[in-house]
Design a protein around this ligand. Sequence first.
Ligand code: SAH
Ligand code: SF4
Ligand code: F3S
Length: 468
Amino acid sequence: MSDNHERPTYPEEQKVYAGMVRKKLRESFVLTPKACVVTYGCQQNVSDSQRIKGMLSLMGYGLTEDKHEADLIIFNTCAVREHAEDRVFGNVGATKNLKRAKRGLIVAVCGCMAQQKSVAEKLKTSYPYVDIVFGTQVTHRLPEFVYKRLSGGKRVFELALDNERIIEDVPIDRENKIKGYIPIMYGCDNFCTYCIVPYVRGRERSRDAQDILKEARRMVSDGYKEIMLLGQNVNSYGKGNADGINFAKLLRMINDIEGDFRIRFMTSHPKDCTEELLDAMKDCEKVENHLHLPFQCGSSRVLKAMNRRYTREKYLSLIEAARERMPDIAFTSDVIVGFPGETYEDFKETLSLIDEVRFASLFTFIYSPRGGTPAAVMPDPVSRQEKGRWFDELIKLQDKIQKEYDESLVGKTFRVLFEEEAPDEGYLIGKTDTIINISVKADRSLLGTFADVKITNYDGTFSGILEK
Ligand code: SAH
Ligand code: SF4
Ligand code: F3S
């Protein structure tokens, strides 16, 4: 549904809309308007929700986690697996009764799932109580959408995916004073055959390095201690930008910002992971000693069918190259079990890769067909039940490796960042740069600071003591 008038640009026009929303709410005697934002999916969505919350605050909404209390409910959705989508439809469906109880309640659905035409269509026809549906590239226009609906306009459906320039300076509510995300790129051009992300997030676009550096500097001067750089494939950061700054160079530039803080990043694609990047990781003292490097499958034959564009051998040589430079580096990864056409022999190669690399932790998924992707129409003879058995076998192996890995850390000392209070009174959770959480008896005043901690015990979770 495009407008006839010229496309509003951020921030000026949206700021005006936000002011109009505030006025409208006052006129309707909604004196303390509240919004509830429900977020599904990956860090990219969490980061988008922080911008949604920033805009909500500009519109005068306070935040609540209680849907019964809300005047506006926004579901920021994920489409990566079927299970994620089912949950969203269930929760959106439940707002029907809330709407009956509260006149004027506005319900919005956005994010990756909403971006799919079939889903938007289903929301339009079968969920008449959903007021606003918007896609992943128009999030910054939220004030406009809310204003239109509040002032009695038609339901809003806005799914434009035109891969235009990235909108900078959208207001943001990071909700946390210690760690924060910086998206460095949006979209994905890789088209792994199982994956919906390139279709719902659009083409790969990198932010300008100067914008990223400005944001990082501001966060450091605001006292942030951990910056996490986000992108579906951070290793291809900078493609298409004129300044020649690639991801390795960007890491070095952020590392050069003065201050005591830590740099993390996600996600690295093995096909674009270079020695230049591993060198930068080694040289940059602020960059974590951890690499999240999804391998997806241990069989080169299946990797080819997945269009991952690396082989098992290439993956293992990257792991080795990283370990040569950083002997204690922690690896984490994503793995899919039961890709169409995968045999038990292929799956055994996944097991042997896991055995060889010894990941500190794994995100494990059973293949979920996504409409519109090439894999969804590939022959898939193995039953779901059989895939479930393979999956259990993988979990068993990983549990054993992880236990051995975790136990080997007892007695070692790590520099941790105290990120939050532990459930036990008087204890804080400290995170290492290998992303292990340790519960430590420590004063609240140490929150947001770094300290050396010795791991004293492991029983499924780590505990440790402050080193004097
Ligand atoms: N850009 C990141 C991953 C984004 S999606 C990367 O390339 O690594 C996060 C993870 O979800 C993927 O790594 C993959 O393991 C999993 N995934 C994606 N599509 C899936 C599907 N159709 N079925 C099962 N798992 C899937
Ligand atoms: Fe999906 Fe592949 Fe892009 Fe990751 S790199 S988002 S798995 S298409
Ligand atoms: Fe899901 Fe979209 Fe992230 S599909 S995993 S929320 S990019």
